[in-house]
Design a binder for this molecule. Structure first.
Ligand code: AR6
Length: 231
């Protein structure tokens, strides 16, 4: 009832992963589950209050643009619950396009526990960061900094002290980080999206002309960053 099988749910994905692992031994191509994989949250659509229809249009557009440029690598949009409006909009929109569901799919789970709890191996995860690149603040940012431990904060600070909305920063995760050890995450890519929340810095006050441009740039920088790791 949720659309084509290709954009179904976690069960199908994990089943595929298991199948890949089993056939992996005698297959000459690398199995799908070994393919470099970027797990990313929907940037700006919770704390930053960006419109969900506009945001999901941009996700689909940018995914389509980048899938052709990252070889066998995969992109996975993650959210916490099966009731996620973002995930249902993206599934609906993706199923209307010719997007390869082995290379782009949605997944329900905590982005800091995708392998240990969800059985989905993602070597790179994206963070919906704040411009100061500070831990805390709630949402996915608080979860990632907390799960990664102080090593992520140190590694981030080595690269930058702030990040402009619409840009991304690739941070190699030190091997002492619990996220590296337990989840096999090797890189975190911080992304700062456009903010429509008057309680947060740099609020765009519903200027969606600027906001959509910044969100497009944010996904382009994120996927570009992932491509640079994969290459
Ligand atoms: N795993 C997967 N998805 C999650 C998780 C998680 N652990 N936690 C939240 N999401 P948000 P924003 C989803 O608010 O709107 C912070 O305070 C969530 O359901 O994290 O870009 C920062 O410091 C939603 O779909 O990011 C910034 O100041 C998506 O992740 C500000 O919030 C993004 O929600 C950024 O706000």
């Amino acid at each position: 009832s949720e659309g084509p099988v290709s954009f179904s749910d976690n069960a199908v994905t994990v089943l595929n992963e298991k199948k890949d692992q089993m056939v992996g031994m005698n297959s000459n191509a690398a199995s799908l589950s070994d393919a470099p994989t970027l797990a990313f949250p929907s940037i700006s659509t919770s704390d930053f209050q960006f419109d969900h229809e506009k945001a999901t249009d941009i996700i689909i557009e940018k995914v389509e643009e980048f899938l052709g440029r990252i070889g066998n690598a995969r992109l996975v949009l993650v959210d916490l619950t099966h009731r996620s409006k973002i995930l249902s909009l993206v599934k609906e929109k993706a199923s209307k396009r010719n997007i390869d569901s082995n290379k782009f799919f949605t997944f329900v789970g905590d982005i800091t526990r995708l392998y240990s709890q969800g059985g989905l191996r993602c070597n790179v995860i994206a963070n919906a960061a704040n411009w100061r690149l500070k831990p805390g603040g709630g949402g996915v940012n608080a979860a990632i900094f907390s799960a990664a431990g102080p090593a992520l904060e140190v590694a981030t600070k080595e690269q930058a002290n702030s990040l402009l909305p619409g840009s991304a920063l690739v941070v190699p995760l030190p091997s002492i980080s619990p996220l590296f050890i337990q989840e096999e995450v090797t890189h975190v890519i911080h992304v700062v999206g456009p903010n429509m929340n008057p309680q947060r810095p740099n609020c765009l006050k519903n200027d969606y002309l600027t906001g959509c441009k910044i969100l497009s740039d944010a996904y382009a920088s994120l996927f570009e960053g992932f491509a640079s790791i994969v290459r």
